[in-house]
Design a protein around this ligand. Structure first.
Ligand SMILES: [Fe+2]
Ligand SMILES: [Fe+2]
Length: 316
């Protein structure tokens, strides 16, 4: 149920289902701007990946041009939570991570499997960003705009990878996938501070570490087009983690919490995956991790800071 509904809130129910027609950020009958947080929830419930991606991009564009606006004081998650979260297609089949085999970059099939796994990460990332927008009330307007921008960029990444997958004769859904990203989203659904700590600052940040070696293997296999897509994604992902760091620190500051001790506490409380090197120190620095955090990672990886060539991993 909703509370503190502003007069500008559209009359359309947020529970009206995930059909494509319900997603567009259209103004309500009075001409008032659409509530972007309600539209984010509708996009999150959308099951068709292409429609979801288009909705995420359209929604951010609508916020930029003023035809949608984020109403921070609207609470959309009081019981029961809307069903069908996240909306996703019947395929890919979701399996345990250990059931997913290792991929050789040397064969086209191996590269297709890799591109599919990356597309699945981006599909989940659209959902994660949309979820942050609709779920957490009472935050500054910039919080919602930041995460809508992230959702739009994740949608772009998904479309780039889907198009590349099509070059290999495949589509999203052709291979099994795992659900680790959404799992962390569910675990942190009641705590925006934990969400910021563990989704962007932990899971997305791991993507920064993983990107250079994957890119190198694609390049080595002669797939320059896919390697170029990874360049675009890494550039954007640094900003996503930066946004996560920004809001994590903002929330810590508001609550009078020490960010380092708070991160350690939350990582334990929510069973965050253990951080393992090699780390992409340069990307992490650009993404807003401070020197104390980077030194801690360097100690974990058993390397010194600042000794690696630009953009390279310590053991790459
Ligand atoms: Fe992404
Ligand atoms: Fe991202």
């Amino acid at each position: 149920m909703m509370s503190a509904v502003s007069p500008a809130f559209p009359a359309t129910s947020t529970r009206s289902g995930p059909s494509a027609s319900s997603i567009g950020p259209a103004p309500d009958a009075s001409g008032a701007p659409c509530c972007a947080r309600t539209a984010a929830l509708a996009a999150l419930r959308e099951t068709d990946p292409v429609t979801k991606a288009a909705a995420a991009r359209a929604l951010y564009a609508a916020v930029l041009d003023g035809s949608a606006t984020c109403l921070a004081d609207v609470t959309l998650d009081e019981p029961p939570e809307p069903p069908g979260l996240p909306g996703r297609p019947v395929r890919p089949e979701l399996v345990e991570p250990r059931q997913l085999g290792r991929r050789s970059m040397q064969s086209p099939q191996g590269r297709a499997v890799l591109l599919h796994a990356l597309a699945h990460i981006e599909f989940n990332a659209i959902n994660l960003a949309l979820d942050a927008v609709w779920r957490f009330a009472g935050l500054p307007a910039d919080f919602y705009t930041d995460w809508l921008k992230v959702a739009a960029e994740e949608a772009y990444h998904f479309s780039l990878l889907s198009a590349r997958l099509a070059d290999y004769g495949h589509a999203y859904g052709d291979f099994p996938a795992h659900d680790g990203l959404w799992d962390m989203c569910e675990r942190t659904r009641g705590d925006v501070l934990a969400r910021m700590a563990l989704v962007p600052r932990t899971l997305e940040a791991r993507g920064l570490d993983a990107s250079p070696p994957i890119r190198a293997r694609l390049q080595q296999a002669g797939d320059r087009q896919s390697a170029a897509i990874l360049d675009v994604i890494l550039r954007d992902e640094i900003r996503h983690v930066l946004i996560g760091n920004r809001w994590f620190r903002h929330l810590c500051e508001e609550g009078g919490l020490d960010p380092h001790a708070t991160y350690t506490r939350l990582a334990g409380q929510y069973h965050a995956p253990k951080l393992r090197g090699p780390f992409n120190f340069e990307a992490r620095r650009d993404a807003g991790f401070d020197e104390a955090e980077l030194a801690e990672l360097a100690a974990l990886a058993g390397v010194g800071l600042g000794t690696e060539p630009t953009g390279r991993l310590p053991r790459d």
